[in-house]
Design a protein around this ligand. Sequence first.
Ligand code: NBG
Length: 832
Amino acid sequence: MDARFKSRDIERRSLDVDGLKRSFLEWLVYSVGKDARAATRRDWFHTVALAVRDRVVDRWMDTTRSYYHEDAKRVYYLSLEFLIGRLLTNSLSNLGIVDECRQALDRLGLSMEDVVDAEPDAALGNGGLGRLAACFLDSMASQGLPGYGYGIRYEFGLFEQRFENGWQVEYPEQWLQFGNPWEFARPEVLYPVQFYGRVEEFRDSVGERAYRWVDADRVLAMAYDTPVVGFGGETINTLRLWSARATRDFNFGHFNDGAYMKAVEQKILSENLSRVLYPNDATETGKELRLKQEYFFTSASLQDILRRYLQHHSTFENLPNKAAIQLNDTHPAIGIAELMRLLVDQHALRWDDAWEITRATFAYTNHTLLPEALEAWPVRMIERVLPRHMQIIYEINAKFLNRTKAKAAGDNAKLSRLSLIDERGERRVRMGNLAFLGSHKVNGVSALHTDLMKQTVFADFHEEFPDRINNKTNGITPRRWLKQANPALSELITTRIGEGWISDLSQIAALREKADDVVFREEFRRAKRKNKKRLAAYIARQTGEEVLVDSIFDVQVKRMHEYKRQLLNVLHTIALYNEMRDNPTVSWVPVTKVFAGKAAPSYHMAKLIIKLINDVAKVVNHDPSVHDNLKVVLLPNYNVTAAEIIIPAADLSEQISTAGMEASGTGNMKLALNGALTIGTLDGANVEIREHVGADNIFIFGMTADEVNDLRASGGFNPREVIASNPSLKRALDMISTGAFSPDDRNRYHPIVQALTDGGDHFLVTADFADYCRAQDAAMQLYRDPEEWTRKAILNTANMGWFSSDRTVNEYAGEIWDVHPVKPSHDGEGFR
Ligand code: NBG
């Protein structure tokens, strides 16, 4: 063999500084095709990523082979979103070669930060739901669980947000523009997916009624695989994303008509399916293309899962023992009808057997109770796009309602609530009901949310199937959200308690006793200050605003949504601004209000709130009478990469949703783990965070979910009265409504003021305002005492161990999936 190939072969595996450096140079020339003088930062990023990828391939194949040889039960996480962010530092860190890579780059005269910053942020998700999927991938791989992610390889991720004149403007996010070094295209892994057409009835070989779906349009789903590197590099799992490809089966009739171009155009259009991620967070728009995306990736994934299963089995009764399919929200719920179709129509199973297998294979996670987010596709649309599935859904429904009718004894209202079809107005398929019925387990994402599921949307189903609903409180991966994002704090932690916490976050509890250690507190503060300086520099770069590193960094980062109540925070900001102006001689604790988050492009109110924050910032930041004691910044284009800079620098974490409306939250966990104190309502996982960090170490305010429910039910809430009795609230609202922040358009904020007053203040911003201000004051008072503040901050970090996604994933594995770790056999020494 050519000596050069042989040397590359060895180089590929080496993890020391020299080996890395040599392989960077080799890759730069032979794969990126540049020499060192001409290489840009992006070229270096591609070079380093390809060299790192080399070092995982052997282990990846070992992992896959081990699963195959053991015929291990796999879990398949079906999700329309995977918000993975950048992968370079993540891969290096999980392989344990961050320092080696830094030194190798150093020897080449390059800075690691520059190379890392050249990687685009893979934003294949909107918010918490997509990021949760990414954290689960990390946790499954890090614990050796045979887990696959299945989703869509969107060409355009979540839009890039810019502010123009203070307004949000959306730009396409072209993360694939310069290629993606992490993925492996698999042109041979290709499945047909059908749409439209009609259903034909016929008699099968034994004379039974059977159905086939004919005259349909076809698209091909092509696989792209990304290795998911587990911590320690032992297990490398797979994220398989589907891309739409046109089929080549042209209708030759067109050619004879001379309509060749038309036929080709039609084909090209079918590739639009995987073009763009829908930018809605927790709201559905009911667009046909979205339904097609859901079916496209679900069908391809199921075909792939069955193919893998059939490598070892010739009948289907063992499917539930070999495959667990988790539905991340209802987006892939059509998979229940699709698996029935595959089993009954294509593999000729009896309906009842197929149904039993289906139900035992699927499980469903609900992520929101907001009515506008519960998917309900018009029957007419499903009939047209997926005619056979509509029949199957009807059949599932009929069998279920018939069985239930006997018990329900004439309770027709209940039967119509249980039905898969919503008959009120235009008939629609309730995807949540389908997901519930077709799954053996259904879970919520925090204790409160799961309770509310039982009491509200799934109350009737819970009565029918009392063992089906269970809770799996969300978690976050400590690898990305502490080790990588916060090197200052994680190094400090490791020097004190060792590095066991990285793979077993419960060990971080050993920090509890350090809260009383004055030296440790000093070091903890130093780490926070370092992160705050880093954020201050980022703020200056992004907004031109200078902020005081010693001010409270009061942070609200999340999607813009009325229920998340950025408005409550803005009103407090204005009230504080007024107080500071009124009392210039008081020595104020300086405050920096940091906001970041995108609004769905069609959500006008959320976009108006963005404009308001920018307008308030303009006034406050340039008013000399507050002496720089108050700054407001809204950082553009919040994404995973921005979160990694903002979160470690936060002092105060805003988790202020209307109680009962945030299913869990996961940003709340990231911030508390990084030593921010939470100011929040008793909503979602905040309830459990309070239990873990202790009521003394969190600022809880506002109404509870029960109180919210009662108040809304009573119909007696009058925001006008509340406003009239609270002068500081009234003054803040008056300023907004009279144009104090919008002198160029005094009526600009009329819709906001309207919603908070005559509109009835659905999100109870005014109702919680006074108590929120009380909690804010308490936080500011505490901040005057750095020792006490730091003590509580340390206790937050130390008590957040339970919120690791390793714990969450283990609960799923044990209580829903019944999957177990597989130790890959790496025959050979070291990394192969
Ligand atoms: C979101 C909830 C969050 C939750 C994440 C992850 C949707 C539909 N739901 O509260 O709003 O943390 O899911 O579970 O995006």
